[in-house]
Design a protein around this ligand. Structure first.
Ligand code: AMP
Ligand code: MG
Length: 402
């Protein structure tokens, strides 16, 4: 049986990065920047007013006071046509460019309108604390043309999308996003509100879709296939349109474990079946190539914890590789909180809580690969090597954080 590392190498060999492309900013949330985003503008593009008010020359104001002629009115989007000269002001709105000659903006609340003089509007300024540059944002203080505003590798948040819209506009290069189709299998699975005798709910379908989404993939839900070849092959063929098909169940040794057979009849070539791992031994992996399109197929064991561990160990790094991203498993060392006896012919991933401040891991009373509830209480999985051994409290173990 393959070791985890050998199996992972085989998966990696088959995972070719997908081509990257550009997406419109409206579609870029959560995507990963493929290149540094470089600004093609200065921002602001001109010295701009930060207030609705009057652009003035502070030299004209004695203790902040003067009566001035208003020579022009500028709203955001307009450009000045007149310089502000002695005893003059331009009425200006937030965002509009500061006209030449002016060196400050006085907010409208500190001004009052006077009667027109010789047909020209007049304003009284009364701003005792006025100083040069007040209420003006200088050209380029926020962004300079050529600045790297966001680095390659950034997962885009709403604020990043806003910044890109300001500095770059239009569309950005992002890492490719793989499509993952998820297919649960099993005659026992039901979505009925009350499962009947012998039935259970489908936990793996929603969980594996969520895992895929969290890994940045676009997902396709293929529902539940019954344990019969025709239903399996119909849905597998749908799944082969995706970059990755993740199946759950049907890869163990039961009489209705038909996934490998169904996959073979759909032209999926088996690369390996079974890995020295607990939980997760029945893991199946294969590849289907049709024309230029390749689908990687993971047949995960049906037991939910096994499926989740296999996803973490094998599928998540694959999705990163397809997207050309580096994959960082969050591994750490921790001290065991209690004595723990471990016996298995395979390496074991055991659910545990983790006190991150003291790096202490406490193994949980896990009831095995069907016990998803205990996994939901865990912060990490402790790796125990194969073999039989009594681990003492305080011994150092490797953990993968969840
Ligand atoms: P299998 O790998 O198909 O033999 O399934 C192993 C165990 O996992 C059985 O107890 C199944 O009932 C259970 N199982 C299979 N698929 C799912 C699923 N989608 N959700 C929850 N449990 C499942
Ligand atoms: Mg089954």
């Amino acid at each position: 049986m393959l070791t985890i590392a050998e199996a992972l190498d085989l998966v990696r060999e088959h995972a070719r990065p997908l081509p990257s492309g550009k997406v419109k900013l409206a579609d870029a949330l959560g995507r990963v920047l493929a290149e540094d985003a470089v600004s093609n503008i200065d921002s602001p593009p001109h010295d701009k007013s930060l207030m609705d008010g009057f652009a003035v020359r502070t030299i004209d104001l004695t203790e902040g006071t003067a009566d001035l002629s208003v020579i022009e009115e500028l709203t955001a989007g307009e450009v000045p046509t007149r310089d502000v000269g002695p005893q003059q002001a331009t009425r200006i709105m937030t965002g509009a460019p500061i006209p030449s000659g002016a060196d400050a903006v006085v907010m409208v609340e500190r001004t009052s309108q006077l009667p027109d003089r010789q047909g020209a509007p007049q304003v009284r300024i009364d701003d005792p604390t006025v100083r040069p540059q007040q209420n003006i944002m200088r050209l380029g203080v926020s962004i300079r043309r050529g600045d790297v505003v966001l680095p390659a590798g950034r997962t885009l948040r709403p604020v990043d999308i806003g910044l890109l819209a300001e500095a770059v506009g239009g569309a950005v290069s992002v890492s490719p996003q793989s499509t993952v189709a998820v297919l649960a299998t099993g005659n026992e699975l039901t979505d009925a509100e009350q499962p009947a005798a012998g039935q259970i709910r489908n936990s793996n379908g929603p969980m594996l879709l969520a895992c895929s989404q969290q890994a940045g993939a676009a997902t396709v839900d293929l529902g539940v296939a019954r344990d019969e070849l025709s239903d399996l092959t119909d849905r597998i063929r749908q799944g082969l349109k995706a970059d990755v098909l993740v199946m759950s169940g049907g890869v163990s040794a039961g009489v209705l474990d038909l996934a490998p057979q169904a996959l073979a009849s759909c032209g999926v070539r088996q690369v390996f079946h079974k890995v020295r791992l607990k939980p997760g031994k029945p893991l199946w992996f294969g590849v289907a190539d049709h024309n230029d399109h390749r689908t990687l197929v993971f047949g995960l064991p049906g037991n939910p914890v096994s499926g989740l561990v296999c996803f973490m160990l094998f599928v998540a790094p694959t999705l990163a590789a397809l997207s050309g991203r580096s994959f960082k498993a969050t591994q750490a060392s921790a001290a065991l909180a209690t004595e723990f006896t471990q016996r298995s012919d395979r390496p074991v991933y055991w659910p545990a809580t983790l006190d991150p401040r003291q790096s202490v891991a406490t193994p949980l009373a896990w009831k095995g690969s069907a016990d998803l509830r205990t996994l939901a209480e865990a912060d990490c999985l402790i790796h125990f090597p194969a073999g039989e051994r009594v681990w003492s409290a305080g011994e150092s173990v490797e953990v993968t954080k969840l």
